[in-house]
Design a protein. Structure first.
Length: 146
């Protein structure tokens, strides 16, 4: 499953090909549609999300801290990071480029079916990223990632 995680993360950090090629590249790892946090989602939504992150963070890089495998599942803890150079779509709205180096830590659980990712349960620390970008201020001025 390590290979599957590596291939998935490369899809997010390597430039996504334009047009249908981008969707075809994501289909080498993910089913279409797939479930994201239990919600059926068209794969094109993930492709567009990856493109947005790549426009927002330059370069968009990743690091895996831990990973675990189980029958039909794998989980991994990671961080995405880069210089914030473009608009970033967040749960609190769009954030204009700040020029700051920011990171988001998260954890994904992949549901594997026939060698592909059929579902993803994802948790992301948007608060830390928004704090680093100066969009939100935390009481006491402390960073949520320590």
């Amino acid at each position: 499953m390590v290979d599957l995680i590596d291939r998935a993360l490369r899809l997010w950090s390597d430039p996504v090909p334009v047009g249908e090629e981008g969707l075809a590249s994501f289909r080498t790892v993910y089913t279409d549609p797939l479930r994201v946090n239990g919600v059926p989602t068209a794969l094109v939504e993930l492709v567009e999300r990856a493109r947005m992150l790549q426009r927002a963070l330059d370069p968009l890089s990743h690091e895996v801290f831990e990973q675990f495998d189980a029958p039909g599942r794998c989980a991994f803890v990671f961080r995405l990071y880069g210089r914030h150079v473009g608009p970033l779509v967040t749960p609190l709205g769009d954030v204009a480029a700040t020029g700051q180096v920011v990171e988001m830590r998260g954890m994904d659980i992949f549901e594997i079916d026939d060698g592909g990712v059929a579902g993803v349960w994802a948790i992301a620390d948007w608060l830390a990223l928004l704090s680093q970008a100066g969009t939100v201020a935390l009481a006491g001025g402390e960073s949520p990632t320590g």
